[in-house]
Design a protein around this ligand. Structure first.
Ligand code: PLP
Length: 942
């Protein structure tokens, strides 16, 4: 045979990576769906009226090699200096074992939020370690499993304090020593709620005038002082005390709990999570036990499983917004699970002695600098400090500032003449010498007296639990991380068909750059000329997202979809008031909306008016019109999810937008379902004024077991000047939110090109319709478009089985674990249903494995219906099955084989849930949200 070049392109996007079904598999799927080709299916699914006119032009797809080369060019335009800016962001050393085994390990980063506890025991344990660490360090009783960032955590603490305080004052006091971004985000949060913000020195606090006060510890300019007297005075006036505390400083300093604080919040960034130009990092919140039910975010608790074994689960108000909707007090949904896991492991890795030694080293370096500068005649403050100093430089300030910059050191300007500097774990002696040179000082003393206030030295123990005292051989650490990962079912094992949550591939090439130092080690307030790479990347990504969505401007500030909703509504508010239209506060939200929508509207100071849905799941346009008319001049906005949460491209969308605009309102699109639209429909062209994009859904940022995420918002031109940080206040502590994960979404857009992105959408629609077709008959598929097609997800009705067989949606979800799957979204938007979203990433083989599992479950239900299987002792009711079921006593009417190895489960690669069904009621009744003592493990299970 002579040499013959084939036309097979090994780097073709369509053959590789994001598109699951092979061309041959697609052909078979077309036959199942009885369509000649993909175009026909898409035409039947997406109404012509809303289709974008021109194909998405984002340039050709890049190969991975070219992509990584381009990212390298961008990275090289970021200059990583030694940051001494501080202000809540610090250099840190990510232990390589944590970087490789967690941050870069798909078993950890591709997991979903642990709503299904039986298949999430590993990350639940890791998050429980995080909570235990936070409780210990803050000296408070209950901690949650992370919030978005320190600034939003501070704002959450303020509103939580308002709900809990007996004081009826309408003002909150904010210590002027708080980091500026914390003050800014608190102001943003308080404005629409009518809370007055008083910013002043703690000495000026009038405890009778406020419902709470919030202090920073250490302060932004380094001050370490005791807030116990202020907090005591607050308590006397029925007000609460909140402390924003640096957890590393708490290894040396008296804990907020011991000062009487009711709530503590802060950032765990410096526990091994790179600064990343602002994020992502995990914020924490801790409070007194009696306040736990008012705490936002998720709390991991300890419960027991059906065999009485210890099992972890999310407790209490796990999905508070979904239950309380417009009465919800917080919209936090996606938080920072992966980063909390990292921070928790940092503490496991170092233990209390290690953390304390790190803090002491940082402090002694700071003390040596204070000593050297003081001897040289500088006025150095504050008197009591941990890692941050403020130096009076007079007329020399700019000279010193640039001399430091020339030596690769970033300092902070404080007022007109002072310089601020913060040291961290990464500061070397050579850097200290360069720093002193910039001040014209030669001698770096080898030692210096410490600068911590004697009466604030910490006297209590922390991190006493055995998990923080493991053998620290890396072998042991590595195996612990592996053991926990193995308990969980993440995308690296099986499809996670979560409707609305879009669990798609997070390709390795897309993930590569996030740990490059040029992206990871940038301080968010580094001088702009050092962050050119980030600026270029963010501008280019914003431009691409604008072209995809039909919007004119983007804000990259929101750290989650829910934060995006909030930011978008604030932009709408700001726009209305810029036109003198102050009275508009009604927000129309269909009843099938995601719970974060009404929660965000409430936070934005809007009144939620619910709009009905029709039998078919569409917005009831008559009701919509009536409610809009009733609101009249008070109509601020409507919030619409498109395609609808029922998984359908509603044809009435244009009308809903028209009605809203006719009454002077603005249209907010919940963009969580953009994976059904990219390349086919542009929200900005069909009536939306603003929309968030969940980059952790459609644009490949991994879900991380419940975060990180990014929820940038796109707006039409008229709202551009009302985006966060422009017309409306900041919604995050950093200007570009969690900037360091943006390279993932940028890489996805570049790898796919416009055509590839559009193909992904089309295949997402194909995969969903294929599942709907295969399961129809066995299950009822609720809601289809006018031509009988579903969009990128479908809803399966499980309600009939309650009567026919006593089987609930929960039983089916748990049984799917035996089949080797994560359950679809349960009971949203319709109670008693499963919403399945396969995404384009899944191969036909995996779709078939899932369908086979669902069909075999249907047969198991039928056996109960027909009396061939017991109504209680059946494989559904007793799911999931564990190894204990394989080896222990067995007195059930079905076989172990049936129980443990149903359709879809593998023999060799079988996934074993580590626990049997978890007892929810027990867990809420006996809330334990720190690691239970070892000896209690057996007891907790009784
Ligand atoms: C995921 C989702 C949200 C919230 O996004 P988070 O990033 O979790 O805050 C809002 N609406 C819908 C429809 C969603 O699916």
């Amino acid at each position: 045979m002579p040499f013959q070049a084939t036309d097979y392109d090994p780097y073709d996007f369509a053959n590789r990576r994001h598109i699951g079904p092979s061309p041959a598999e697609m052909e078979g799927m077309f036959r199942t769906l009885d369509v000649p080709d993909l175009d026909t299916l898409v035409d039947e699914t997406v109404p012509a009226a809303i289709r974008q006119e021109r194909p998405l032009d984002l340039g050709p797809p890049l190969t991975e090699r070219t992509l990584l080369w381009e990212l390298r060019q961008i990275a090289d335009r970021n200059v990583v200096a030694q940051s001494m800016i501080g202000q809540g962001f610090h250099g840190t050393v990510t232990p390589p074992a944590i970087q490789r085994n967690i941050l870069e390990n798909p078993a950890w980063y591709t997991a979903y939020t642990p709503y299904q506890p039986e298949i999430s025991q590993g990350r639940l344990e890791a998050l429980l370690n995080f909570q235990t660490m936070i409780c210990d360090l803050t000296g408070l009783e209950v901690a949650n499993a992370s919030l978005l960032d320190e600034a939003t955590a501070a704002a959450e603490a303020v509103t939580m304090a308002q709900r809990l305080a007996k004081s009826k004052a309408r003002a909150v006091f904010v210590d002027e020593g708080c980091h500026p971004q914390n003050i800014e985000v608190i102001r943003t949060r308080c404005a629409p709620l009518g809370i007055e913000v008083i910013v002043d020195a703690p000495e000026a606090l009038d405890p009778a005038a406020v419902f709470a006060a919030i202090f920073q510890y250490p302060g932004t300019h380094g001050t370490v002082r005791d807030f116990a007297p202020e907090i005591a005075a607050l308590h006397e006036n029925n007000a609460l005390g909140v402390v924003i505390a640096d957890p590393l400083a708490l290894t040396l300093l008296r804990e907020p709990g011991a000062m009487g604080a009711d709530i503590a919040v802060g950032s765990t960034q410096r526990f091994g999570v790179p600064m990343g130009y602002g994020g992502p990092h995990a914020a924490y919140m801790a409070c007194r036990d009696q306040m736990k039910r008012a705490m936002p975010g998720r709390i991991v608790g300890v419960s027991k499983d059906a065999r009485g074994n210890k099992a972890y689960r999310l407790s209490l108000q796990t999905r508070e917004q979904h239950i309380r909707r417009e009465k919800a007090t917080s919209n936090v949904c996606t938080a920072q699970a992966l980063l909390a896991v990292m921070a928790g492991f940092y503490a496991v890795f170092h233990g209390p002695a290690g953390l304390k030694a790190i803090a002491q080293r940082i402090h002694l370096k700071t003390a040596r600098i204070a000593d050297a500068l003081g001897r040289a005649g500088y006025a150095v403050g504050p008197a009591g400090f941990f890692d941050t100093l403020t130096i009076e430089c007079g007329a020399l300030r700019e000279v010193i500032f640039s001399a430091a910059a020339d030596r690769g050191i970033n300092l902070r300007r404080v007022g007109p003449t002072r310089i601020g500097l913060s040291l961290d774990e990464t500061t070397r002696d050579e850097t200290l010498e360069s720093l002193l040179q910039a001040f014209g000082v030669d001698d770096l003393p080898a030692d210096a007296p410490h600068g911590l206030p004697e009466d604030l030295l910490r006297t209590s123990d922390y991190l006493t639990h055995p998990v923080f005292h493991m053998n620290r051989a890396e072998t042991e650490m590595m195996r612990y991380m592996r053991r926990l990962a193995d308990r969980d079912l993440a995308l690296d094992r099986a499809m996670i068909p979560l409707g609305s949550c879009t669990m798609k591939l997070n390709a390795a090439a897309e993930m590569a750059a996030i740990t490059w130092p040029e992206f990871a080690e940038m301080h968010p307030f580094a001088p702009a000329d050092q962050a050119q790479g980030y600026t270029d990347l963010i501008d280019d990504l914003s431009d691409r997202l604008c072209r995809i969505t039909g919007f004119d401007a983007m804000s990259m500030q929101p750290n989650s979809g829910a934060q995006g909703e909030y930011a978008g509504l604030l932009a709408i508010r700001s726009w209305h008031s810029s036109r003198g239209d102050e009275g508009r506060d009604v927000c129309l939200i269909p009843v099938n909306a995601h719970g974060t929508n009404p929660a965000s509207a409430q936070m934005a100071g809007m009144k939620v008016v619910a709009v009905k849905c029709t039998e078919r799941g569409d917005i009831d346009l008559a009701d919509f019109r009536a409610k809009a008319e009733a609101a009249g001049g008070s109509l601020a906005a409507c919030m619409i999810t498109y395609p609808s949460t029922h998984g359908v491209f509603e044809e009435g969308i244009a009308e809903a937008c028209e009605i809203t605009h006719a009454h002077g309102g603005q249209v907010y699109f919940d963009g969580a379902n953009l994976n059904a639209m990219v390349g086919l429909v542009k929200p900005g062209e069909i009536g939306a004024d603003v929309s968030h994009l969940n980059l952790h859904k459609t644009f490949c940022i991994p879900h991380g077991g419940g975060g990180p995420g990014m929820g940038p918002i796109g707006v039409k031109a008229h709202l551009a000047s009302h985006l966060p940080g422009r017309g409306s206040g900041s919604v995050s502590g950093a200007p570009f939110g969690s900037a360091s994960i943006l390279p993932i979404s940028w890489a996805y857009c570049r790898l796919m090109g416009g055509e590839g992105l559009t193909q992904a959408t089309r295949i997402a629609i194909l995969n969903a319709n294929y599942i709907a077709e295969r399961l129809e008959g066995a299950y009822r598929v609720l809601y289809r478009g006018t031509k009988g097609r579903v969009a990128h997800e479908c809803i399966l009705d499980m309600r009939p089985f309650q009567d026919s067989a006593g089987i609930t949606v929960d039983d089916i979800a748990k049984r799917l674990m035996d089949n080797g799957f994560h359950a679809p979204t349960m009971s949203f938007p319709v109670a008693g249903t499963l919403m399945v979203e396969p995404t384009e990433s899944e191969t036909r083989a995996e779709l078939d494995r899932f369908c086979d599992a669902m069909l075999s479950i249907r047969e198991e239900i039928r056996a109960i219906e027909e009396g061939r299987s017991d109504r209680d002792a059946n494989p559904l009711k007793l799911a999931p099955h564990t190894v204990e079921d394989l080896v222990g006593d067995w007195e059930r009417p079905y076989s172990r084989e049936t129980g443990c190895f149903p359709a879809g489960s593998f023999r060799v690669d079988k996934y074993w849930p580590p626990v049997n069904r978890v007892d929810n009621v027990f867990g809420d009744r006996n809330l334990i949200c720190t690691c239970p003592p070892m000896e209690d493990y057996a007891e907790a299970a009784e």
